[in-house]
Design a protein around this ligand. Structure first.
Ligand code: CP
Ligand code: NVA
Length: 300
């Protein structure tokens, strides 16, 4: 077991640590976290096997605001793309940089990177999860509606990597999560079992209105994630579109969240994502603040 502060998945980090990282992110956003450059002299390497706008830019800007530097690497330009192993890439990069962030298809690659790196590794999204996004999401909810503990969050859409990280977050931050998705696109049952064993209140339904009834937050994500080659996703997911009619079933002051990028008139109507309940751009902004807190924790 490594004594490095890897940020791999929310289920692997204790609740108090996650709470402290969100709180530091909020303090950094308010400008209350000190003005020194705690990561001066440190370098972050970022490896991207998939596209990214928010993750790429927010990590680079965040690292620089903390006094550090970055190296951005497209996986296809590395020897990784020609068959060098993730393990050897981890060993080599660890000789040059102080932290590695990786966005990759297989969760196995992140595990292998963290097992062989001698510096902290951050999961910048895999097919299985997106933990950095959830830190920004919890922050955004709390800025608008106060502590998330005890609140009700409803997911209507694909049971994808974001849904999985919401399940982890529900248990770690103590809110109720109701997931509505098609039976064919439900999250791994093991996640629900994990949530139950860890005190999480997470339920699965195939009825979006039942999930959203009285919720404090409605959240969705793209119907087709990066690397998902399912052809009939649109047909399966159409009943789960977040519309004004669906939003009206939630609490009157419910917020709408989406990690972005969004596809208007697919998973969410323009009226909702561009409407008064939507906090999606605060959510996107918070990737910067929450990741500065994650980097600070990893490199402390
Ligand atoms: N939400 C998110 O991770 O966005 P990017 O794919 O643009 O990084
Ligand atoms: N579920 C989406 C999230 C993008 C940030 C995907 O994996 O493409």
């Amino acid at each position: 077991m490594s004594d490095l502060n890897h940020f791999l998945d929310l289920d692997q980090i204790d609740s108090l640590t996650l709470r402290a990282i969100v709180d530091e992110g909020l303090a950094m956003k308010r400008g209350d976290a000190g003005t020194d450059k705690p990561l001066a002299g440190k370098t972050l390497a970022m490896i991207f096997e998939k596209p990214s706008t928010r993750t790429r830019v927010s990590f680079e800007v965040g690292m620089k605001q903390l006094g550090g530097d970055v190296v951005v690497l497209n996986a296809g330009d590395l020897q990784l793309g020609r068959g060098e192993t993730v393990a050897d890439t981890a060993r080599v990069l660890s000789r040059y940089v102080d932290c590695i962030m990786m966005r990759t298809f297989s969760a196995e690659n992140i595990r292998e990177m963290s097992e062989h790196a001698t510096v902290p590794v951050i999961n910048g999204l895999t097919d299985a999860s997106h933990p950095c996004q959830l830190m920004a999401d919890v922050m955004a909810f709390e800025e608008h509606r106060g502590p998330i503990r005890g609140k009700v969050v409803a997911w209507s859409g694909d049971g994808n990597n974001m849904a999985s990280s919401w399940i982890h977050a529900a248990a770690k931050f103590g809110f109720e999560l109701r997931i509505a998705c098609p039976p064919e696109r439900s999250p791994d049952p093991a996640l629900f079992a994990w949530a139950e064993q860890n005190g999480g209140k997470v339920t699965l339904t195939h009825d979006p209105e039942a999930a959203v009834a009285g919720a404090d937050c409605v959240v969705t994500d793209t119907w087709v994630s990066m690397g998902d080659d399912t052809s009939n996703a649109h047909n399966q997911l159409a009943p789960f579109q977040v519309t004004e009619t669906l939003m009206a079933k939630a609490k009157p002051d419910a917020v709408f969240m989406h990690c972005l990028p969004a596809h208007r008139e697919e998973e969410v109507t323009s009226a909702v994502i561009d409407g008064p309940q939507s906090i999606v751009f605060d959510e996107a902004e918070n990737r910067l603040h929450s990741q500065k807190a994650i980097l600070h924790w990893c490199l402390a």
